[in-house]
Design a protein around this ligand. Structure first.
Ligand code: ZN
Ligand code: ZN
Length: 410
């Protein structure tokens, strides 16, 4: 990649213009690991050129997170600093945009007690509830993009040396984010238009339920009245378009919390807090997980499901064709941002209020009354494959194919 710096700058531009769609006189908050400094500088250059008033970087270092798990007193894992949560909230209330750079070592926490991880997540989830509420109401624009780490690259390409693995992962990231096309911003416009066609179609149909069938999966998911399929980007309260996840291929909605019945099997490993859960199966009755098993990572899965009451239910159903850029790389990225866009998936935990009519004006209780799930967690797991078929079932019981052999039905 002779033109690496050029591609990096294009990627930065895409994150700033298409991702958070930064506006003049805004503050840009970047959440980034210290390993991302070159990329963060490229982003700052784009942001200031676009007229922001401030680029604020929240640096983090995952090695310090590991040190904390290994050496801190036990009581600290139930604690999350208030000031961290309130500073995010006040930046959000002032109208800042939030860009997160995700770059992590998927194996970082593999020797850490899963209970400590679950407690840490719970404390953070609780403390950040206010900030999440602001996000979910659509009052701020935010986006997540990803860059390689050495450990991550070597996990994806175990047969390459470190430098080649990192180079290869960068190439794949540039491909699946369409950064290697002539005009990435334009390529994203086209991609988003296609996604819009599918969401429009499903929103018009208003299926009563979806029937998922594949090896190890026979699951009926009811959808609430006035559910909304969302995909690609979102608009904030000022009607400015942004794209929360890059890459994104999925279109998704909320299940009816109490209307999920049957069994579903995962088709890709789930990386949860640095630990992998593999080949797991969940059984649902009236929406609640009543049984589960995992070939690997059972205790981690248990920790996830036992997070709170809402984590016994699912809050998202997402469709991704098997024939899509990420899926076509044939790689397992060990990173949900990529892997979730390779495959149809469900999420354990909270529903997105945007997935139901007037949802963003509803409080928790109202969301529950309309059949949405609430939880402090939301974790995607993959269920798609070449074998997956999905049928939509109308109010009158009529069945229509949506997915055949893993792709949109003709
Ligand atoms: Zn999703
Ligand atoms: Zn999700």
């Amino acid at each position: 990649m002779n033109n690496f710096n050029e591609l990096l700058q294009k990627y930065a531009k895409l994150a700033v213009k298409t991702g958070v769609n930064i506006q003049e006189n805004q503050t840009l908050v970047i959440n980034a690991p210290i390993t991302a400094k070159d990329f963060v500088r490229a982003i700052a250059k784009e942001a200031y050129s676009s007229g922001v008033i401030d680029v604020h970087v929240d640096w983090n270092d995952e090695e310090i997170s590991l040190i904390k798990f290994n050496y801190a007193n036990d009581n600290v894992f139930d604690h999350f600093p208030d000031w961290k949560a309130t500073s995010k909230e006040s930046l959000a209330n002032e109208g800042a945009a939030f860009l997160s750079i995700s770059a992590s070592n998927p194996d970082l926490l593999k020797n850490v007690d899963p209970k400590k991880i679950a407690r840490t997540r719970k404390a953070q989830g609780k403390a950040m509830e206010g900030f999440k509420t602001i996000l979910n109401k659509g009052n701020v624009r935010w986006s997540i993009v990803s860059i390689p780490t050495d450990e991550w690259a070597m996990k994806v390409f175990p047969n390459l040396n470190k430098d080649d693995a990192v180079k290869k992962l960068w190439e794949n990231i540039f491909t699946v984010t369409r950064v290697d096309s002539d005009d990435p911003v334009k390529a994203w416009d086209n991609h988003i238009n296609l996604i819009k066609c599918k969401t429009d179609l499903l929103n018009k149909k208003q299926f009563k339920s979806l029937h998922f069938k594949s090896t190890g999966t026979d699951l009926v998911i009811d959808l609430p009245k006035d559910h909304i399929w969302v995909g690609g980007g979102l608009t904030d309260h000022k009607d400015i378009y942004y794209i929360p996840n890059m890459p994104t291929e999925e279109i998704f909605t909320t299940p009816l919390k109490t209307g999920v019945n049957g069994v579903v099997s995962s088709t890709k490993p789930l990386n949860y807090g640095g630990n992998l859960i593999e080949n797991f199966t969940l059984t649902f009755k009236d929406g609640r997980v009543v049984d589960y098993s995992a070939e690997k990572g059972y205790e981690i899965l248990k920790g996830l499901i036992e997070t709170d009451e809402g984590s016994h239910y699912i809050g998202e159903v997402a469709l991704v064709p098997d024939n899509s850029p990420i899926s076509n790389t044939g790689l397992i990225f060990y990173n949900t941002l990529f892997d979730e866009n390779a495959s149809c998936h469900l999420a354990i935990g909270s529903s997105y209020p945007i997935c139901i009519k007037d949802g963003t004006t509803m409080n928790k209780q109202q969301l529950e009354e309309h059949g949405l799930n609430t939880s402090i967690t939301h974790v995607d797991f993959m269920i798609g494959s070449k074998e997956l078929s999905i049928e939509g079932i109308t109010e009158s019981g009529e069945r229509m194919p949506i997915f055949t052999n893993g792709n949109w039905s003709k």
